[in-house]
Design a protein around this ligand. Structure first.
Ligand code: B12
Ligand code: SF4
Length: 486
């Protein structure tokens, strides 16, 4: 069959979920194309794309803030090409199948992990068989929601083929230069499922991938990395899993492999802060890890654990950051503002946390009660009357919002601006600090610069930014050097 898979944003990042779907479909002999949508004139773009080829199936990957966009796009396709079957997958259709289907723009939802389901589903569609026997889907039958038996999770993730990167345009393959990685860099997922219960996330991830963490074998991941190096000459790897730091023995073996086999790659990963372990972080650094995203979320331990259910103490947070600073491993801190019941004093602790840990990078967002999460369930009555949650696009974590938060809007916006300014100022200093202090970091940057200069798609802007931040950051760093002593 001819299948068009749609990512609702431009393809700046590789959409790994859709790429897995595309890969297994291609392997089954289907003809597949993945497109990302521009921010404007989406309909004319789709029209041009679909008119070029006689697609029978359109698949759309949907996260909640993009649910309205998805409906618009699916409705447009249905109007212009009524014979096309529109299938949706991803977190939003998984938690809200009826809401996804009720407007009748989308014909079928795939619930949770999609690789097995999509193959069985397309087979049933082409053979005109009853969909009732296909596990892991939802659809409407005479306006009544039918949700079939859950699909079995893929126990052995090594059984999945490596993601087919040819599904991406060359400019996406070679054009990415995520800081501080070199160019080109690619994304990878090594595990699925999560045993934790953060209230702003679960039970969504559990519904999608289960509560047990399933990991690919170290050998399988290494084989993919070697293949990506040989085929595309990648320099950097972004490990997307949000639970990377969880299984110590896995990480240890992974790093040992990279070191012993002399695999020249620099990588970035996300890590939970529980039980920071100096030995393992050092090993990660030595095997090429150049950055770790860690998520204290908020400065207040009460909000972090009672409201957000992170289960992470202040002590663990400071210990993790101290270790990273000591061993020279750059890190990113993700901070959420305006959590339920957060007070001004508690918000100030997020600020003092950032001032104390001096992250190399920072990501700010507003605590968002996404549909289907525990937080959403707990605050449903308030959400339905809230001016901050009027449409699905308001669930964007970057949009200003608050929910039972004890801080006025003015103060919140002021703190947000202050965070951003403070971060802009210190990020220059922090880059300079790392550059002057750690030979290891200098090596990484030299290498990044080499790949930025000599790759197929040189990224001189990135190089310029590195150099300016080091030059501008050096003087303030030298003046404030005492502040940076651990
Ligand atoms: C890495 C990541 C990102 C990265 C990269 C995303 C990318 N390009 O791949 C960045 C930083 C860009 C990002 C952005 C956002 N993210 Co994000 N992200 C993740 C994370 C941690 C991993 C995604 C991933 O690679 N998963 C692995 C792949 C294999 O799984 P998958 O994408 O879900 O796809 C599988 C199934 O869902 C299904 N499937 C998916 N699409 C389709 C389509 C069809 C047709 C079919 C049949 C099946 C199918 O089959 C796939 C294979 O099994 C997840 C959490 C998680 N553990 O999944 C959050 C997550 C997906 N993100 C989330 C959110 C909210 C966002 C943002 C909306 C943030 C915002 N601005 O508000 C944006 C939206 C981006 C977008 N265009 O949709 C939420 C979504 C919740 C929800 N209810 O929608 C999640 C679940 C995090 C959370 N804990 O809440 N994200
Ligand atoms: S936020 Fe990350 S660690 Fe917490 S439950 Fe979700 S996937 Fe797991």
């Amino acid at each position: 069959m001819r299948i068009l898979l749609i990512y609702l944003e431009p393809l700046d990042n590789e959409p790994l979920g859709l790429m897995y779907i595309g890969t297994v479909l291609k392997k089954e002999g289907h003809s597949v194309k993945i497109i990302g949508l521009p921010k404007k004139s989406r309909e004319s773009y789709i029209l041009k794309e679909i008119s070029k080829s006689n697609y029978q199936i359109v698949g759309i990957s949907i996260t909640t803030p993009f649910a309205d966009t998805a409906q618009g796009i699916a409705g447009f396709i249905k109007k212009k090409f009524p014979c096309i079957t529109v299938i949706a997958g991803g977190p939003h259709p998984t938690v809200l199948p009826y809401e996804t289907l009720k407007e009748k723009n989308i014909d079928i939802c795939v619930i949770g992990e999609g690789e097995i389901t999509i193959i069985e589903l397309l087979k049933a569609i082409s053979e005109k068989k009853d969909l009732k026997n296909i596990k892991g889907i939802a659809y409407l039958e005479k306006d009544k929601l039918i949700v079939t038996e859950p699909q079995d999770l893929i126990e052995d993730l090594d059984s999945l083929p490596f993601v087919d990167r040819e599904l991406m345009p060359k400019s996406v393959i070679y054009g990415r230069a995520g800081y501080p990685l070199g160019n080109p860099c690619m994304l990878m997922i090594i595990g699925r499922g999560c045993p934790f219960s953060c209230s702003f996330c679960q039970p969504t991830i559990r519904k999608m991938f289960g509560s047990k963490l399933r990991r690919r074998s170290v050998e399988n991941v290494i084989e993919e990395i070697v293949q990506l190096k040989t085929k595309y000459g990648i320099n950097g790897l972004w490990i997307n899993d949000d639970t990377f730091l969880v299984e110590r023995s896995w990480i240890e073996r992974f790093c040992d492999y990279l070191i012993k086999k002399n695999i020249d790659i620099i990588w970035y990963a996300n890590g939970r802060l529980n039980n920071p372990d100096e030995e393992i972080l050092e090993k990660m650094r030595d095997s090429g890890c150049v950055g770790l995203v860690m998520t204290p979320e908020v400065g207040s331990q009460r909000v972090r654990n009672e409201i957000l259910n992170k289960g992470i103490t202040d002590e663990e947070i400071f210990k993790a950051y101290q270790i990273c600073k000591r061993i020279g491993l750059p890190f990113q801190a993700n901070i959420m503002l305006a959590s339920p019941t957060e007070t001004e004093e508690e918000l100030d602790t997020s600020l003092s946390l950032i001032k104390r840990i001096q992250p190399h990078f920072m990501n700010l967002s507003y605590t968002t009660a996404l549909p289907g999460t525990y937080l959403y369930g707990r605050y449903f009555n308030r959400i339905k009357d809230s001016i901050y949650y009027r449409s699905y696009s308001d669930f964007d974590i970057g949009k200003f919002k608050k929910l039972d938060c004890r801080i006025d809007d003015k103060k919140l916006k002021k703190v947000h601006r202050f965070f951003e300014k403070y971060y802009d100022k210190t990020s220059f200093r922090n880059r300079a600090r790392h550059f002057l202090k750690y030979p290891y970091f200098r090596r990484i940057l030299y290498r990044r610069w080499k790949t930025l200069l000599f790759s197929k798609y040189p990224k001189l802007l990135h190089l310029g930014y590195d150099i300016i931040s080091i030059v501008l950051g050096t003087f303030p760093y030298l003046i404030n050097k005492n502040k940076y002593k651990e």
